[in-house]
Write a protein that binds this ligand. Structure first.
Ligand code: ASP
Length: 437
């Protein structure tokens, strides 16, 4: 039997008008039984998210400053939603309890979590669903890591007793009962956990865009939406900077093979993007998307007979590890080897890293180049379509872009290209226009 889990982001629950849209969406299908709510987000671009106001309250209280103005702003936001929706819910005593907790140095995570707690209570009341507190169904270990097994077992059991429920996103509880949150945007993870625990047929993630776009709209004018993307492709694209969904939200549903559908609360009829475990279907454009990031540096090491020297790569990477720097790519030639790392991370440790490599492998030459941008051309269709790489490189050559590094993952799911940061926008446009006519 079909069962849908829905998660609504902050912009979808920012005011009473959006609550009405959300209620219509939920009520339009009886299979939409479990709902995860975020805290109210921004109503306009210069508005402040409730979560940020709560963090501010906590900071003020820590500095022993007056929280009244900020706390009243939070109360007003919720009270106006309640009043405009005409629901009978008096949160006066709950607000007072939270205010006292803020003042009496309760944890930062507890304070932040009240945004989703209150919003989920209001939504549950408005649509007539049960309210299930996340602290009773999401658990963390003593060391702060997420306790996946316990969460799944308890959540499955608890939710089986509720035909329909709203669960606040973003937080859970520590073994001693205190509240802990996921990282920012973590309600996506809660949604994914609820989908897994209830064996949902689909996890609908409702936001304010109609799914993923093939490229960053700030760089490519009016990019095409992605209809279908696999979990693996999404990982590649989000690693390179494409965000809509919290990165960690993919894992729980990925292993249970539950598809995620990114939907737009303001345009519920738009299909959105389906994130699926696997698909035979290939995008009409061959590539699924392009993403990229600037701010990388390369360390190039030259040494004769490098290819036959055992353990050389390990010794280079060991220096990076000792300096707390993770590497992004590691392309190598016969007598050269290049390590791509984040410029910021390298800057602080540059002298130590170069000295360490010189000591560890005694190279003939070593040099650092900055201002590298990485582009990832991602698409499951590349495995089957011959000539995709050729098209990428010809497009870049025609646009006058010099390629500084190439790395094709063994999965053939992506081609990573390093270019000069100044060529970043030209390169993205050239590749996009080559594949999308
Ligand atoms: N409200 C939290 C945040 O702003 C969590 C979420 O919205 O997913 O990060």
């Amino acid at each position: 039997m079909s069962l849908k889990v829905l998660k609504f982001g902050g912009s979808s629950l920012a005011d009473a008008e959006h609550f009405r849209l959300v209620a219509d969406i939920i009520k339009s299908e009886p299979t939409r039984r479990y709902v995860v709510a975020s805290a109210p987000g921004k109503r306009t671009s210069d508005d402040t998210k409730i979560t940020d106001l709560l963090y501010k309250c906590h900071a003020l209280a820590t500095d022993e400053e007056d929280i009244t103005a900020v706390f009243d702003e939070i109360k007003d936001r919720y009270n106006s939603i309640i009043a405009e929706l005409g629901i009978e819910l008096d949160l006066t005593s709950t607000f007072e309890k939270i205010r006292l907790a803020v003042l009496h140095s309760s944890g930062r995570d507890y304070v932040a979590s009240r945004g989703e707690y209150l919003n989920a209570m209001i939504l549950a009341k408005y649509i007539g669903y049960d309210f299930v507190d996340a602290k009773k169904v999401v658990f963390f270990n003593e060391d702060g890591s997420f306790n996946s097994e316990l969460t799944n077992d308890v959540m499955r059991d608890v939710l089986s007793k509720h035909e329909r429920a709203v669960i606040p996103g973003f937080y859970g509880s520590m073994p001693n009962g205190t509240i802990k949150t996921f990282s920012r945007g973590g309600s996506d993870i809660t949604g994914s956990l609820v989908a897994r625990a209830t064996s949902a047929t689909i996890y609908e993630n409702w936001t304010d865009v109609s799914g993923f776009l093939m490229a960053d709209p700030r760089i490519i004018a009016d990019p095409k939406p992605i209809k279908k993307i696999t979990y693996k492709e999404l990982r590649e694209l989000s690693y390179m900077g494409a965000t809509v969904l919290h990165e960690d939200a993919i894992f729980p549903v990925r292993y249970s093979k539950i598809p995620i559908n990114i939907k737009n609360t303001n345009r519920p009829d738009d299909e959105g993007t389906f994130i699926v475990p696997e698909t035979e279907e290939i995008s009409e454009n061959i590539i699924t998307g392009i993403a990229g990031r600037t701010g990388f540096s390369s360390i190039t090491i030259e040494k004769a007979m490098m290819n036959s020297e055992l353990g050389l790569g390990r010794r280079v990477l060991q220096v990076l590890e000792e300096n707390g720097i993770s590497f992004e790519h590691f392309p190598s030639g016969i007598d050269t080897m290049t390590v791509i790392v984040g410029t910021k991370a390298l800057q602080q440790k540059r002298a130590d890293v170069l000295a360490g490599i010189c000591k560890n492998i005694d190279p003939e030459n070593i040099f650092v180049e900055e201002n590298i941008a990485l582009l990832a051309v991602v698409g499951r269709g590349m495995v089957k379509a011959k000539g995709t790489a050729a098209r990428v490189f010809v497009a870049l050559a025609n646009a006058g872009v010099n390629i500084r590094m190439i790395d094709q993952g063994s999965s053939e799911l992506n081609i990573i290209i390093g270019v000069d940061s100044n060529d970043y926008v030209t390169a993205l446009n050239a590749i996009y226009r080559e594949f999308v006519k």
